[in-house]
Ligand binder design. Structure first.
Ligand code: SF4
Ligand code: SF4
Length: 542
């Protein structure tokens, strides 16, 4: 008998097949992207509301089907699937209400009739959502509870899977991702927040970026005056990569583990190292406008700005959260980092550029806490009761960064630093003018403890299988199309094509690679205004 743990992340899904008797991981499957168009939760939410929750749900279920196929076991032998993720992903997976997450205003929610939506733990037959898709007659699905409406199961996992929940000293935990979830604990009180960091923190949206996967540069270190690259190998272990001169791009010493791109932690490391080594005298300007890490692999000034937006948002949210919670910065004792970016990053370099408070006395790095919690519940379903009991006891207040003036004031300073190289003394003056207490200097040395080597510590004896291309096409009629092909030329991702069937014209869009709401260039360019993403449906596979 088998059980499955599934983490529905914003940048991709991660899942493990586990032998229930031996409690042993057999295989891990991850997707290199999310099946819904767009690069963040707001894009996913907008897609689901505009195009339909049935389509969004269908995309998620089709992707889970592909993952299950890769496990290559009889579906009837799977008895439990435990799933974790943020409230939007878990609601779309279950095809349940999401409009309360899109409209924060109480009046709007009342008008839509979507007030007080509960996101309690759920146990239900897999057939409820897989009927007619996969025969999973013996399987139950377990969804852990949210703490409150806006504080989801992923935040609960982040608190439970690290030591955060049991800490008596003031501590901060952050799940580094496209949407960085964070929580601050002061005594018995917990304050949560999330920062829309954007995809750069996971290596997307930058010129040579990639998600954490085999071939990703995850770190750089100084060696003999050059940069030694750390590259993730085929099992996601950080391995020794080539030695390079980042200014000339020359390879000084080769390696068996060749880089293919740079993941978010690699970019953090590169920027931190470039600042330390004096290669950047003023942000975001790199020598000759770029640093070269390999054949065709480089980071540009524009990339530095993109990553700056992400780090700036996280730093502004960390500081605003402490201020809104009424805490003195100097009291922060421990900072926990989770998620792929929190695991692989060199914490010392991360704190030097503000991705984690530099004045926290200790930093503890964990892996993917969402899949960790799903795994525990999948192996032992009685754990769900414990999780529900803890979730009920947690008294947490959510600080909305979107409406926090403190956040806005700090974020403006961060953007000015990353995009125009604003000096530190001007930053401090701007804080003072906004009535924000001065930030403490970074401590010279802090304790750093890495609890795991990989974000998924044990990938199983059959190893890691990566779904690079989810391969789902969305289709909509383009009734008035004149076949000008402007939309195809305009698409920055080459994600769409116009096809003719039985004399009718349709747009076909690669759902994984479409940038969604934040793009819509194909809609804007169409001279006939016939491109309508609200009409998209999943194309049946032939
Ligand atoms: S142009 Fe259209 S299909 Fe292409 S990425 Fe943008 S929204 Fe998606
Ligand atoms: S831009 Fe509009 S009219 Fe031109 S090919 Fe695309 S859908 Fe057809």
């Amino acid at each position: 008998m088998y059980v499955i743990s599934l983490d529905l992340g914003t940048s991709g899904f991660r899942s493990q097949l586990i032998d229930l008797e031996k409690k042993e991981t057999i295989k891990t499957v991850i997707t290199m992207g999310h099946p819904l168009p767009g690069g963040n939760v707001m894009d996913h939410l907008d897609f689901a509301i505009t195009t339909g929750t049935d389509v969004a749900h269908g995309l998620i279920i089709e992707t889970v089907k592909e993952i299950l196929k890769r496990f290559n076991v009889e579906p009837e032998k799977i008895i439990r699937l435990a799933v974790c993720g943020n409230p939007i992903q878990l609601s779309l997976f279950q095809n349940s209400e999401i409009r309360d997450l899109a409209y924060a205003g109480k009046n709007k929610q009342a008008a839509l009739g979507v007030q007080n939506v509960k996101r309690d733990a759920r146990v239900f037959p897999a057939n409820e959502i897989f009927k007619g898709i996969i025969k999973m007659d013996n399987c139950e699905i377990i969804v852990p509870p949210a703490i409150k409406h806006e504080i989801g199961a992923d935040a609960l996992a982040m608190m439970l899977e690290t030591d955060f929940i049991n800490q008596s000293e003031p501590c901060l935990v952050t799940d580094y991702g496209t949407n960085a979830e964070m929580a601050l604990k002061i005594g018995d009180r917990i304050f949560t927040a999330s920062a829309s960091a954007g995809p750069a923190i996971e290596g997307q949206g930058i010129s040579c970026g990639m998600l954490a996967g085999p071939g990703a540069i995850s770190d750089v270190n100084l060696e003999k005056g050059y940069w030694r690259l750390t590259v993730l190998d085929s099992t996601m272990h950080p391995a020794k990569g080539p030695l390079v001169d980042p200014v000339t791009g020359d390879e000084i010493e080769g390696s068996d583990t060749m880089p293919k791109g740079i993941t978010g932690t690699g970019v953090i490391s590169i920027i931190s190292m470039a600042l330390k080594e004096g290669l950047i005298s003023k942000l975001p300007e790199l020598p000759n406008g770029k640093l070269v890490l390999g054949d065709g692999i480089m980071i540009s000034n524009k990339d530095v700005e993109e990553v700056g937006k992400a780090i700036g948002a996280i730093r502004a949210a960390h500081m605003a959260l402490m201020i809104e919670a009424g805490m003195k910065f100097e009291d922060l004792e421990h900072s926990y980092m989770s998620g792929a970016a929190g695991t692989y990053v060199d914490a010392e370099k991360a704190r030097q550029i503000g991705a984690i408070p530099g004045f926290s006395r200790s930093i503890i790095q964990f892996g993917n806490t969402s899949i960790g919690l799903a795994r525990k519940i999948a192996i032992d379903s009685s754990k769900l009761e414990e999780v529900i009991a803890i979730a009920k006891k947690i008294q947490a207040d959510h600080v909305m960064m979107a409406s926090s003036e403190t956040f806005k004031d700090i974020y403006v300073c961060e953007l000015s630093t990353w995009q125009q190289g604003m000096p530190a003394d001007v930053y401090a003056q701007m804080l003072e003018m906004s009535g924000i207490p001065a930030f403490p200097a970074n401590l010279k040395e802090v304790e750093i403890e890495k609890r795991v080597i990989r974000d998924i510590d044990d990938v199983g004896y059959l190893g890691l299988d990566i779904v690079k291309d989810i391969g789902i096409t969305l289709e909509a009629p383009v009734y008035k199309c004149i076949l000008c092909h402007e939309c195809e030329k305009e698409c920055p991702e080459d994600a769409l094509v116009i096809v003719e069937k039985d004399g009718n014209r349709f747009v076909n869009i690669d759902s994984q690679h479409c940038l969604g709401t934040s793009c819509r260039r194909c809609v804007t360019i169409c001279p006939e205004q016939t491109m309508n993403h609200a009409l998209l449906k999943i194309q049946e596979k032939k």
